[in-house]
Design a binder for this molecule. Structure first.
Ligand SMILES: [Zn+2]
Length: 166
């Protein structure tokens, strides 16, 4: 019995300059283009084994797409989600979970029907939606619920240099 080993990275074409970049499933901060430094779309396939590392530990909000290969509406909503991940590059990580291979993730989010979409921030559920929707509806659902964008610079703990008070 051999476990399926998922590719830990995928090659993504930079939407700004068309350079091909290898984007890892897990990284500190957000992946950026090696050529133009713009944030890259971040789309990761995962399952129970590495969900915590890929989704819960992400420093940017995560959209979890619980889907299955036999689910027609899932196949319709998938390209829309990937497009939104491109539009929201640097602000959102799209994490796709095959429900058949991820019983623990399915239980955790009480998945009754698919697709189920869950927006997570630092491992906390912000909002959940069941069923496919057209891309404009998905876009406004996401932008309505995305937490305010945290400082894009990597210096998160640089509070000592911030001026305090009046
Ligand atoms: Zn680029």
């Amino acid at each position: 019995m051999s476990a399926t080993v998922k590719t830990p990275s995928r090659v993504v074409m930079c939407p700004s300059c068309s350079t091909k970049n290898r984007v890892p499933a897990v990284a500190a901060g957000v992946p950026r283009c090696g050529n133009c430094q713009n944030p890259l779309p971040w789309v990761v396939d995962t399952s129970d084994a590495d969900f915590a590392a890929v989704a819960d530990k992400s420093t940017i909000p995560v959209l979890v797409d619980v889907w299955a290969p036999w689910c027609g509406p899932c196949r319709m909503v998938s390209p829309a989600l990937e497009q939104l991940a491109t539009e929201l590059a640097g602000k959102l990580k799209l994490v796709k979970v095959n429900a058949d291979e991820a019983p623990a993730v399915s239980r955790r989010f009480e998945v009754q029907a698919i697709p189920t979409l869950v927006l997570l921030n630092h491992g906390q559920t912000i909002v959940k939606q069941v069923g496919a929707a057209p891309i404009p509806a998905l876009r406004s659902w996401l932008t309505d619920h995305l937490p305010p964008h945290e400082a894009e610079s990597a210096q998160e703990d640089d509070s000592s240099t911030r001026s305090v008070g009046p």
